[in-house]
Write a protein that binds this ligand. Sequence first.
Ligand SMILES: Cc1cc2nc3c(=O)[nH]c(=O)nc-3n(C[C@H](O)[C@H](O)[C@H](O)COP(=O)(O)OP(=O)(O)OC[C@H]3O[C@@H](n4cnc5c(N)ncnc54)[C@H](O)[C@@H]3O)c2cc1C
Length: 316
Amino acid sequence: MTDTADRTTSADPVAEVKDWLAENWDPDLTVAEWWDRLGTSGWAVPTWPSDWFGKDLSRSDGVRVQQAIADFGALPAPGGLGLMLAGPTIAVHGDDEQKTRYLKDIVTGQKAWCQLFSEPGAGSDLAGLNSRAIKDGEEWIVTGQKVWTSGGHVADLGMLIARTDPDQPKHAGITYFAIDMHQPGVEVRPLREMTGRALFNEVFLEEARVSDAATIGGLNNGWRVANTTLMFERFMAGLPSALPGRRSRDRRRVCSASLSDITSSYPPSGGSAHRSSARPCPCRAQACGACGSWPRPHRRAACRCRRRRAWSGPRR
Ligand SMILES: Cc1cc2nc3c(=O)[nH]c(=O)nc-3n(C[C@H](O)[C@H](O)[C@H](O)COP(=O)(O)OP(=O)(O)OC[C@H]3O[C@@H](n4cnc5c(N)ncnc54)[C@H](O)[C@@H]3O)c2cc1C
């Protein structure tokens, strides 16, 4: 994963993905069905290892493939912190059992992740974190508070770093966990901004439980694993500038569009390929495939649509 810049790649990945799209893109699919098809094909994250939902492509070829998918007019990979941060981190530091447990749900958009790093007293000085994890049989009991948790209110899983050995120097006594956000010990409180939106959250962990099998990268090795996540975060933050201007405009268009807006432009001749089955919810609530955000006012959490329960798209 970390040496993808040096990889030699297949002859023409752009031609390959175009052929694949011509055969597989179908606007009649639901979002969940499309993301399953894209994710399991290896084209959602072609820079990941070919054994784990990728195609072993270099970063530059990965960007070219993303551009080809956008140019084709197909819905891009699910996005969000799972695909951007948790997935690549697990691909580097996770064992095979963990890769099997987490990666497919990430590439197919079935599980959303948040990043439980920052704390009220540990922002720039991240290694000074105070959240504690104490071993209890095959589990850890976690108590502490996180802050600035983007998307915590819609996350299924969290990339958690917590202190597991307070007697070690601060960088050495930290462990990295994949914690289930849907449990009684995890309380997510939105932080309302001046705009009225609440993208960030405080997360209160009160004797939350996480399995020992969800320790990523080994006991007290969390600082190293967290730095892998932060390295991918820096890379993703720089990605838009690595893409041509056309791509930037496409990202904005996708962010503000419903699925039907996206699919109605396909086929380019304006045929009748788009059918209502492509809309996962009658209110047209749809997470942005590029950035994972919810176009207002169609956020699922705010949706009062009666058919909300029948929503068949991926959970975000
Ligand atoms: C858009 C966005 C999304 C985020 N999402 C998440 C998330 O999902 N999960 C998560 O865990 N965190 C998230 N964060 C938090 C972020 O990654 C940082 O950890 C956090 O913003 C820094 O902590 P703080 O706000 O407490 O600032 P502080 O650490 O208090 O720093 C305040 C100021 O003091 C400066 N400063 C600090 N120490 C020193 C020093 N020794 N010398 C000189 N200057 C210093 C800093 O540069 C800064 O200007 C997000 C932040 C942003 C902006």
